[in-house]
Design a binder for this molecule. Structure first.
Ligand code: HEC
Length: 114
């Protein structure tokens, strides 16, 4: 393993800074560990079950309520493409309800979709 890495140069400080800045800006903000235990309502359980199949659970605060509707549409496309059972209408309703109840006052990670 080390042999294969022999000719790879360690990244420079500048490269490291650029990569970390990129990730801080674009990586999926996931739901913090300490909030996972809040997820025991039936809405939250649907969110957990459906939305953790392909990636970590996104932080509900990353989008406004209206934007989540759009994200869910995209995710249904992903489900189709990736052959994952498409969420039922009832689950979609519950997940939107979960986001509505999880907005809080502060939106640390809000990313807008324009
Ligand atoms: C079939 C697999 C799959 C499932 C199930 C899934 N996702 Fe995703 N999700 C993806 C993929 C692939 C991407 C990255 C590409 C993209 O953005 O479509 C992604 C990206 C995202 C993003 C980042 C896009 C953005 O807003 O900037 C969010 C947020 C997200 N998913 C939320 C959800 C939620 C909420 C659910 C549950 C309803 C869900 N995902 C279920 C596959 C999935």
């Amino acid at each position: 393993m080390m042999r294969m890495m022999r000719d790879v140069n360690a990244m420079s400080k500048k490269e490291k800074y650029l990569i970390l800045s990129y990730l801080a800006k674009y990586a999926l903000p996931v739901i913090p560990e300490d909030r996972l235990k809040e997820l025991d309502s039936s809405e939250a359980k649907s969110f957990k079950r459906v939305c953790s199949q392909c990636h970590d659970l996104p932080d509900p605060k990353m989008h406004k309520q209206g934007e989540w509707k759009t994200v869910l549409k995209w995710m249904k496309e992903n489900m189709k493409e990736m052959n994952v059972p498409i969420m039922k209408q009832e689950e979609e309703k519950q997940i939107l309800e979960f986001f509505k109840n999880s907005q809080g006052n502060k939106n640390r990670y809000r990313i807008s979709i324009s």
